[in-house]
Each structure stands twice: as structure tokens, then as C-alpha cells.
Ligand binder design. Sequence first.
Ligand code: AP5
Ligand code: MG
Length: 200
Amino acid sequence: MSDIPIIWILGGPGCGKGTQCAKIVEKYGFTHLSSGDLLREEVASGSDKGRELQELMVSGALVPNAQVLSLLNAAITRAKGASKGFLIDGYPREKNQGIEFEAQIAPADLAIYFDCSEETMLKRILARAAAATEKRADDNEATIRSRLQTFKRNTSDILALYEEKTLTINAERDVEDIFMEVVEAIDCVLQKKERESKIC
Ligand code: AP5
Ligand code: MG
């Protein structure tokens, strides 16, 4: 795993994590794993576990890390042989998640934090919900406010713990301007990996 980049994509609900990940996948061909998408797949499977997850997600709370990490771990294991790099979108959401990921899977090379005001995030999600044919169960105003609270409670600890490898990007700008900064950071990680592989 040390030969390919692992990048954590952080930021509050609606800051644009998924939007930027789609652009990164297009440019670099990385494997995009969104913890929220993996959880929604489990919910869609109709399993008992899925029903429990749905309740927590609709309340705007975090689901237990053992469940998220096990879904991520399985998806990483499946993709690992053919992957050019991993984008882990929406993880870690509290600091123990980061510690457990790095202990069980591999250290992250970079964390990108999309910094965005609550007002903008709320507006973006409501607009997404209004335009969607299949609206997410947690995209209603009450749940969004609860998701924002959960995010606020946990984020400063994560940013403090991973300060050295976190790049904060102002996400209140045009998608393309944000992406230019993302590209600079990823190119830098790829160059570092290339240098390391030559030394070893
Ligand atoms: P998750 O699915 O990760 O949701 P989220 O973090 O709340 O974020 P979203 O996916 O809603 O937004 P986004 O940042 O991807 O923004 P997007 O690009 O879509 O998690 C859902 C739930 O699962 C959690 O609440 C929790 O319960 C559980 N969960 C997930 N991970 C967990 C974990 N690690 N541990 C425990 N529980 C976990 O953009 C939003 C909209 O804005 C779009 O319409 C887009 O077109 C638009 N937009 C994007 N960028 C811009 C821009 N620059 N300018 C204008 N509009 C923009
Ligand atoms: Mg998303």
C-alpha cells in the first residue's frame, strides 16, 4: 500500500467532497471510496444492520466506527491490486477513526479539508435535494442541521491531530478554482511517492 497514495477528503456536509472526488477520479484514475456511499449501499441491501445504520444516519449522528472501517477495509482490499490511489471521502470524522485507519490499513499521505461556511453547506444540500430525482433520506433541513452539529463537534480535533498532513482549501469558490489547488497538492504527493520509490 505504501506505493500508492491514500488521501483523506474531509469537510462538512455539502462542502463539495463528492464533487471534487469525481474530478480527481477523472484526472488521476484513483479509487473513490465514500464512507457515506458505502453505508447507503448497506442500507439499500435491506439487511438488519442496514436498518440500524439508516436510523443513525437519518438522525445526523455518526455510525459506529467498527462498521465504517470494516466497510472501507473490505472495499480497499477488493480494489488494492489494481488501484492507482485511494480517495477516502468522509473519513475520518472523529479522531479515533483516523488513528484506527492508520493502525489497521495504512498511513494517509495527505488530508484535504474543504473549508466552507454552514450557511453555504446548508444551501448547497437543499439545492441538491430540490434537484434530485432520488432524494437522500438525510437531505432534509432538520437532519442537515444535526449533521452540521456532528461535524462541528469533531472537526477541530481531527485538524489538530493531522495538522502536518492536512491542506485546508477554501471551498466557497468555483468548483474549477478549488480543483486547481487540489491538483497541485496531489501532484506534490505523487512526486514524493516517486522519489521514495527510487530510494528504496
Ligand atoms: P456522507 O454521505 O459523507 O455525507 P456528508 O459528509 O454529509 O456530505 P455530502 O455527501 O452530503 O456532501 P459532499 O461534501 O459530498 O458535497 P457534494 O459534492 O455532494 O455521510 C452521510 C452520513 O453517513 C453521515 O451523516 C453519517 O451518519 C454517516 N457517515 C458517513 N461517513 C461516516 C464516518 N466516517 N463515520 C461515521 N458515520 C459516517 O456537493 C453538495 C452540492 O453542492 C452538490 O449539489 C454540488 O453540485 C454542489 N457543489 C459542490 N461544490 C460546489 C461549489 N464549489 N460551488 C457550488 N456548488 C457546489
Ligand atoms: Mg458526499
